[in-house]
Design a protein around this ligand. Sequence first.
Ligand code: ATP
Length: 275
Amino acid sequence: MRPHLRAGGGSRDRGRAAGRGVRPGERDLGLPGSGAMTDLLTLRGVTVGYGRHHPVLHAIDLAVGGGEVVGLVGMNGAGKSTLLKAICGGVKLREGTISYDGQDVSGLGTPELVRRGMSILAEGHRVIRPLTVEENLQIATMSLRGSAVRRRLAASRELIDELFPVLHQRRTQLAGLLSGGEQQMLSMARAIIEDPKLLLLDEPSLGLAPLVVDRIYSSLSAFRERGVSLLVVEQNSTRVADICTRMVVLRDGRITATGSPAELVGAALTSAYFG
Ligand SMILES: Nc1ncnc2c1ncn2[C@@H]1O[C@H](COP(=O)(O)OP(=O)(O)OP(=O)(O)O)[C@@H](O)[C@H]1O
């Protein structure tokens, strides 16, 4: 029989998990974690599907705390991208609710969520192809106001130059002519300027050379150090395990395991991935 780890939110949910009880057949790992954190993003009972098809996600409970880095992993077709789409309003909820920063945001679209402090790097690169690199960065600053924000912006620009010097070299080049890796770096740089509370990323390392992946992951560490909450979808758990505080495994639209990277290794991880 396959060991079944506790499904749902993270260790910080222990009280809640105890409240609703661990389901028969599930094993509560009593995971260590961030008891002091308040949840920034909470999904409760989220069920979604496409058209008239069967649900792709089944009653998902998931929480991301302030400053927490959650790695959402699982095989092809497990429903990881669909979960991000559900959060961003890209697919309609059949059941359940999503709250962010204490407010119900179920069904809100991406522009409104961005206005409320989420940055979303979903499939593909988020650059404006006919504009130069510098113009792309300038546009990201447009929603920022006030002197404190301007100071923060100066720090962000310094960080971008340090993390992605190639963008400085390419600042007059059209974004559409950048390589895939450079476009991903520019997407990350735009997110750094937006100074989000929560950053959602769908496979930020997909198809990139190892050195570029290193750069992208360095920028994720910088977000973490700034106290930004991250929800990072990756098919391969190895890379995301280096930066996340908690990993959540999705299989066939259900959460099969959650725990720190140290806890979710070996047989526990294989079983959660493949059943
Ligand atoms: N627009 C759509 N219409 C119908 N079915 C869809 C649509 N998008 C995804 N699906 C189906 O939903 C399921 C989950 O897909 P999803 O892209 O969320 O998985 P994933 O875990 O992100 O996979 P991958 O790692 O391959 O990107 C799959 O069976 C897929 O075929």
